[in-house]
Write a protein that binds this ligand. Structure first.
Ligand SMILES: NC(=O)c1ccc[n+]([C@@H]2O[C@H](COP(=O)([O-])OP(=O)(O)OC[C@H]3O[C@@H](n4cnc5c(N)ncnc54)[C@H](OP(=O)(O)O)[C@@H]3O)[C@@H](O)[C@H]2O)c1
Length: 256
């Protein structure tokens, strides 16, 4: 059997749970050696690693709290150890926090924390990855639909707007190395980030289904499959793009 990512390596941030977990599961199933980054939840990270190994995949863990800039150094020494001299072909910047705080409740400290994790960390991870990445590599940033629809969590939405800009600018400058940079914007997805959807609160699920053309909230694998496409050779001629993966969220009024 041919695996599309056989011989490739990938780093996925925030891969202990939720969408990141589904991404590492999919990339490992496609044959890549995956570095599972996480912030602090050892139990979830170990469960993810064990699951991949049980399926016959190859993976290792990287623990680094991304709020602290210096931890990126620790993360990269763990990464280089795990890669044992191999290059890094695929980077997925997925880790983020999404505190549901309105602008009037957001302190300068909280604003800095959200930007440190969601924007500064991906930027400097990319800076550190580029010397390890061969020509033809892939960078995929996970943004959000909140870049084009309004929510009260304004600081979070602003961080995702910054990622969209990062993707377009980088795609242009890295084209000379044949490295593609694309962005995926999930819609409302069943993870810990959406406790009411995760807990199957009937009203919340119905509300999301009612605003989504395909009639349900997303699941992590829906997003992971789109990431696998951007990571694959099939997406070699696509760069600088943002893809909404959201089941048709807010396309317009829905019929009865
Ligand atoms: N869920 C949605 O509806 C939705 C919608 C649009 C966009 N997104 C985006 O999709 C991505 C994944 O979201 P998700 O819903 O899967 O999130 P999640 O279930 O809350 O998982 C977050 C992941 O990020 C890691 N992380 C969080 N803060 C960190 C920090 N300070 N340092 C290091 N790692 C940290 C967590 O590690 P630990 O397990 O160690 O804490 C975990 O692996 C995010 O970029 C999010 O903005 C999600």
């Amino acid at each position: 059997m041919q695996y599309p990512l056989q011989g490739k390596t990938a780093l996925v941030t925030g891969a202990s749970r939720g969408i990141g977990r589904a991404i590492v599961q999919r990339l490992a199933a496609d044959g890549a050696l995956v570095a599972i980054h996480y912030g602090g939840n050892d139990a979830a990270a170990n469960e993810t690693l064990k699951g991949i190994e049980q399926e016959g995949g190859q993976a290792f863990l990287l623990k680094a709290e991304l709020r602290v800039h210096g931890n990126i150094d620790t993360m990269f020494s763990q990464l280089e150890k795990g890669l044992t001299g191999r290059p890094l072909d695929i980077l997925v910047n997925n880790a983020a926090v999404a505190p549901q705080v309105s602008p009037d409740q957001t302190t300068p400290e909280e604003f800095d924390r959200i930007f440190a994790i969601n924007v500064r960390a991906p930027f400097f991870i990319i800076q550190r990855v580029l010397p390890l990445m061969p020509d033809g590599g892939r960078i995929i940033n996970i943004s959000s639909g909140v870049t084009w629809f309004a929510t009260p969590a304004t600081a979070y939405s602003m961080t995702k707007g910054a990622l969209n800009v990062l993707g377009r600018s980088l795609a242009n400058s890295l084209g000379s190395r044949n490295i593609t940079v694309n962005t995926i914007s999930p819609g409302i997805t069943d993870t810990d980030m959406n406790p009411s959807i995760r807990d199957k609160d009937a009203k919340a699920v119905e509300r999301v289904a009612g605003m989504t053309a395909l009639g349900r909230p997303g699941c992590p694998a829906d997003i992971a499959d789109a990431v696998a496409f951007f990571a694959s050779d099939d997406a070699r001629w696509i760069t600088g793009q943002t893809l909404d993966v959201n089941g048709g969220l807010f396309l317009g009024p829905r019929g009865e």
